[in-house]
Design a protein. Sequence first.
Length: 728
Amino acid sequence: MNEFSSGSQIKLKGILDRIIYKNSDNGYIVAKLKLDEEEKTETVFGVLFEACAGEHIEVNGEYINNPKYGRQFKISDAVVLPPATNEGIEKYLGSGLIKGLGPVMAKRIVCHFKEKTLEILDKDLDRLKEIEGFGAKRISMIKKEWEKQSTIKDIMIFLQSLGITPAYAKKIFLRYQDNSIRIIKKNPYKLCDDIFGIGFKTADKIAKNAGIKKDSVFRIKSGIIYMLEQLQEAGNCYYPYDLLLQQSNEFLDVEINDIEKTLDILKKEKEIIVSDEMVYLFETYNDEKFVAEELIKIKNEPLKTNLNLISIENQVKEISCLSGMEIDEDQMEAIKNAVSEKVLIITGSPGTGKSTILNYVLKIFEIENKNVKLAAPTGRASKRLSETTGTEAKTIHRLLEYNPKLNTFTKNAKNKITCDAIIVDEASMIDIKLMKSLIEAIDCNTKIIFVGDVDQLPSVGPGNVLNDLINSKIFKVVRLNKIYRQFGKSKIIYNAHRIRDGVYPSLSFNSKSDNINDFYFIERYDQEDVVDAILKMIDHNLPKKFGYDPLKDVQILVPVNKGIVGVENLNLRIQEKFNKSTVKINRGSAEFRLNDKVIQQRNDYEKDVYNGDIGFIKNIDFKLQEFGIDFSGKIVTYDFYDIDEINLSYAISIHKSQGSEFKCVIIPILTSHYMLLQRNLLYTAITRAKELAILIGSKKAIGMAVSRNNVESRYTNLSGLLQSVELF
């Protein structure tokens, strides 16, 4: 972009009238600023985190002449001011700042008190009773909220002087209350641990503004912990010592010697563990070690059962006669193992009979009067398990009985799950943290059956648990490869197996074929053409031909988040086309409308919603500053300031779709996605489709994905720990 600067720094004051664009990752905005002094609006751009329409701000910067967009104001820094005009006050009060005040009531207050509104709210708030709709209860609520705002005014000014945005400042105050200034002056890096959404880079910027030195010990400590946490978020349980030194040196810009000294301090403080040149966060090392030791104990505890292999065969034959189903030798062998082994792993692709085997095993356990618990990592996966088995299944969190008040699981080492066997489905999704909590609550006498597809993407969290259990060669593994006849004509299943095996999928459409036409390919090369094809598909083709609800039955699964054919842009385009509601919540550039389809971004045990849960916004209450999301019939209430926990989900990443199943999936795939195209990514996306899978994009991109089998390399050591424990 060619820009010509005027070169002179000036100040502008005004109201953020409209935010045109915002990058939520780096805080970059383009907005319209309505100036105080003149009756005109300027286009401003620059970094302004969590900016909200209606805020009164003062910006420093310079004018830039952009050849394409004309004159714009480039922001170098900004300060949020009290609103200066009636219009600004109205937007300010109705923006979600005060519980009990929405846009309608804010308008009534300003119409009544005009420019004296803020003064009256400060000194004589009971005068609100002069306005229709303000009863004693509402005035009492507003008074508490307004006093809270007044209390934090000094704290907010201090936080904003350090570059902390108003939205984060409010979160900080809610967490630390009157101790906010003291805590941040002492160690701003504490924000990384305590405030969702603030990472090391933001805390580091705050620390720099507060005058903290680059080589201070707690900066280096926080930086190392941050790096290990980031590596853990990428799926690693540990990181090699030398690599960590090198990357910490580059990231923190401090001497290697200082990093080594700090690592020693962190070891003494039990923040980290260094074992065989592997650097772990302390808790994660203990998680892996615990899982290895306890699983070996469970395996070695004798199985308490009177069943022998002959009686199992007889029971299976009897069940087959009653149900009218037949099974082959491979399935019979799998059922025998499921009943006779203490710890068993069943792995296979869709259509290979995992559900059939489970149903037989459950019937045998029922005949033998065994108490069996079924669980899966997510709500969607547990619901699917219930449907396929006809037996109640719970999420692992529910099975462990999470207590939000104590922020812990009720089922634990001192209060074990009471049952004879536990069957865990979608085991590839379980990370080491959840596995530790699960294994801790399982008695040594309990049988465990892990069921999953090892060819899918690994867990979102740290670890590669299912793969490590298999690679350890400690436990019996049943590998299912044969596609059974009820799935043999499905092109979804057929192509999933081809992709898994590195063979190019069959993209031809043959209406005369015996195969079920449940897999389609639409060839497009241009990114905008792909977006247009998706919009047309969900707006017209799918509802008309298949009777699908475009929002409830169809899910778009995308390899990437950014770009024209990325999650973010597709969500905005689909929202604009399908949801015209004017009832909405704005936070920066994010806009959530009534009836929007949304996805939970992190585990929230208190709300009992988890990363990847999909629902619909069913109510927005501006008076209480709350909104409700319907997750499969369960309404969950959120405060407005919790809005960063959700995102639009008309389109989601393929990673987020793990453990879910949708009637129809649409998968855009282009060569522009090349950085993330992998065999297991495409395989995972296609196998999410229950009835119909549609690929839209280029054949070359499909070929790139199929040919790349560089399975995501993670630094995990569960397999090694299992082997070392077994030796002793």
